[in-house]
Write a protein that binds this ligand. Structure first.
Ligand code: LLP
Length: 390
């Protein structure tokens, strides 16, 4: 919810733009940090959710590490001042050049997704005369009960090493002189709202932890990935996720061996609610069956509704003090892109709106700006920070 002064400032700006509420970001990060530290847990922020400069500065200053999925993300994290000893590099298809770059910068660890990748890292580390820390990403076959596009921990998914390949992985580790196994890694999906899913994950992690222990590997790190969901329906009520309940599950259900660290890779939960996409109504089309609001933002600025049929709360920002008993109308809220999938919401109930009114699309701090594209040769995405808006 935005106050009248802020809305007036939005009206003075060129649209569309992402608005980042840095105070809310700060509160969210502190809540996560306090909850994690109470159990001695380590958090690596998943850069893929949002790599906007000021957002990253806040996260770095909170003391979190970085979870990267490309060489450019590793580079960005280093340039932004994240400590390389707190950077992990994940991803199912790391190129030789990306691995080489990360090795040269002495990152904390590679989350390795296949036996072949282990051998490639060993070879590249040998050339540099360095030892690479690796955690094996294991596919635990746990259903995250989320959208199938963002489920990653099932047998049918491309991610991680399957149970039946672990023997080969151990053989590769024993044969390699330039690799140090430091841990095991899991990530089963994103936008997980049923916390019981994480209990099932803990049970699999415990099994694997024992399996490696029995084979003489003393693992330093249990990395359980990210995935904690946010409330897209009530951004003003549930603006800070319940990190306490989330971390408590791992504290209660993971069986840590002496000295073992627990690492997390949270993205969405840390940055979603601090971002909103602010857009202007270009045209209103009143039809017989449908009314459309055509915005100046489209799937090129926010891809999630088109790609995953994701729900985001849509609000009309009133240019004047709210009037009681405003007429409410059902609108399909759409963008300007030449695709029918360019739709933010169907039959959205909003006050009767006019050309020039502003619309906010909420909970877009994660996987919003970062997934913007130039399709239709659209402009570069703009953003505005809460402490700079006039
Ligand atoms: N670690 C790994 C290995 C991941 O693949 C991901 C996300 C994360 C951590 C962070 O997950 P989070 O805490 O944000 O759930 N574009 C999609 C989400 C894709 C998530 C990909 N992996 C969306 O807009 O919903």
């Amino acid at each position: 919810m935005f106050d009248a002064e802020l809305i007036a400032a939005f009206y003075r700006k060129e649209t569309p733009f992402y608005y980042y509420d840095l105070a809310l970001l700060g509160r969210t990060l502190n809540a996560a940090k306090t909850a994690a530290e109470s159990h001695g847990f380590h958090v690596h922020y998943a850069l893929k959710a949002n790599f906007n400069g000021r957002v990253l500065e806040y996260i770095r200053d909170t003391g979190f590490g970085a979870d990267c999925v490309s060489g450019n993300e590793v580079k960005k994290a280093i340039e932004m001042g994240f400590d390389p000893s707190k950077i992990v590099f994940a991803g199912v298809g790391k190129s030789d050049r990306e691995i080489d770059y990360a090795l040269r910068h002495d990152i904390f660890a590679f989350n390795v997704e296949s036996v072949q990748e282990l051998r490639v890292i060993d070879g590249l580390a040998a050339k540099l005369g360095k030892k690479a820390n690796v955690a094996l990403r294991i596919n635990p076959n746990v259903d995250a009960q989320t959208h199938h596009y963002i489920t990653t921990g099932l047998d049918e998914n491309k991610f991680g090493i399957s149970y039946w390949e672990l023997g080969d992985a151990i053989e590769a580790l024993r044969e390699s002189d330039y690799i140090e196994l430091i841990g095991i890694h899991f990530h089963i999906g994103s936008q997980i709202t049923d916390l019981n899913v994480f209990k099932s994950l803990c049970i699999k992690v415990n099994e694997m932890n024992n399996w490696f222990d029995e084979r003489g590997f003393r693992l330093q790190v249990l990395n359980v990935g990210g995935g904690l969901g946010v409330d897209y329906h009530q951004p003003d009520i549930k603006h800070v996720p319940n990190f306490q309940s989330y971390f408590e599950i791992f504290a209660n259900f993971l069986e840590r061996k002496p000295g073992q660290e627990v690492h997390f890779e949270l993205g969405r939960a840390l940055v979603s609610q601090c971002g909103s996409l602010i857009s202007r109504i270009l045209y209103v089309k009143n039809g017989i069956k449908k009314n459309f609001l055509i915005l100046d933002a489209g799937m090129t600025e926010l891809m999630r509704p088109a790609l995953y049929q994701a729900y985001h709360k849509i609000e009309r920002l009133s240019p004047i003090a709210a009037v009681d008993n405003e007429e409410q109308v059902h609108y399909d809220v759409v963008g300007p892109i030449c695709e029918s999938s360019d739709c933010f919401g169907k039959e959205v109930l909003l006050p009767r709106s006019a050309r020039g009114d502003l619309i906010s699309i909420r909970t877009t701090g994660a996987y919003g700006e970062v997934m913007a594209s130039h399709y239709n040769l659209r402009d570069e995405i703009r953003y505005v920070y809460s402490d700079e808006i006039v």
